[in-house]
Design a protein around this ligand. Structure first.
Ligand code: ZN
Length: 300
């Protein structure tokens, strides 16, 4: 399973409990479609990987650390971490697959990308170039040599890219299966050492995606469905129900969800029984929270 980023989860929670700006709603929509695209890619590549020794690392991020950034034109914040949607070791090569789930058409002319209306679209290959540079340096610092391919995948089958040049860097949905079936082949060598090195430098998004800048008092309180965001209704003493998606939740489910949300939003908030009770808008009593905590059922 692939986790949503912390920012994505924050926006989902705030979409129920706060009035998001139109800019943030747009951001949430982009994150939703991006995540859907990643899941689509996962299910396609998984069919090639199962039963092989191919390695698939999802959402691999690392801190370039003391890598010399003077040669780059980017700000230091931007290079503070490098993120890849997929890192795959197959056929003794290392692949990165960056997934773009764009539903709009693009036009590629003279090395530039344009929307259908003619306005310029920021070059998605810039990200791939950055990955190649930084990952190359990371591998160098491990003193490991492996040939690397950095690939951009346009996963949306409703998208057309006009005048797309043939290149190994870009795969569109219509030739994804063909390309993968050639590349997703067993490794001959053992790459566990490389994987261990990569894992040792892995950065989790809690590290670089900070707390949400939002006042606790400004949040709408209550309990909401983890699946669809609808406000939950009390079914009886021990259960809640979502009237939209029909899911049912025990009090313990709901409590763990509330605690998870608080941590996702802001890890500096004091997660205490009274704080959780307030956040639930009194749906769950402090007494109930304390007794569940005593039984070791809650993590906070
Ligand atoms: Zn629901």
């Amino acid at each position: 399973m692939r986790e949503k980023t912390r920012r994505h989860q924050q926006l989902e929670i705030l979409n129920c409990r706060y009035k998001l700006s139109s800019y943030e709603k747009e951001e949430l929509k982009k994150l939703d479609t991006g995540y859907e695209g990643e899941l689509k890619f996962d299910s396609i590549i998984e069919s090639f990987i199962s039963g092989t020794n191919i390695i698939h690392m999802k959402d691999y991020s690392f801190d370039p650390g003391d890598i010399d950034v003077r040669l780059l034109t980017r700000s230091k914040d931007d290079v503070a971490h490098v993120q890849t949607d997929n890192l795959v070791i197959a056929k003794d090569f290392l692949y990165t697959f960056e997934i773009k789930n764009y539903s709009f058409d693009l036009n590629y002319t003279d090395g530039k990308w344009f929307f259908e209306n003619g306005s310029e679209f920021s070059d998605p290959l810039i990200q791939v170039v950055k990955q190649r540079d930084m990952l190359g340096k990371l591998l160098g610092s491990f003193r490991r040599r492996i040939k690397m391919y950095n690939v951009l995948v346009f996963i949306n089958e409703n998208q057309t890219i006009y005048n797309l040049p043939t290149s190994n860097e870009i795969i569109v949905r219509s030739n994804l299966i063909k390309k993968l079936s050639k590349a997703m082949v067993n490794n001959h060598y053992d790459h566990n050492g490389l994987v261990a090195d990569l894992e040792s430098r892995r950065l989790f998004d809690l590290k670089y995606q900070g707390d949400a800048v939002v006042d606790f008092h400004g949040l709408e309180k209550g309990v909401f469905c983890a699946g669809c965001g609808e406000r939950l209704a009390r079914l009886h003493r021990y259960k809640f129900k979502c009237n939209k998606c029909k899911s049912e939740f025990t009090v313990l489910n709901v409590l763990n969800q509330l605690i998870k949300e608080l941590n996702i939003l802001n890890r500096t908030w004091p997660v205490t029984p009274s704080f959780i009770q307030q956040y639930s808008d009194g749906e769950i009593s402090e007494y109930c929270i304390r007794s569940k905590k005593k039984k070791g059922l809650l993590k906070y």
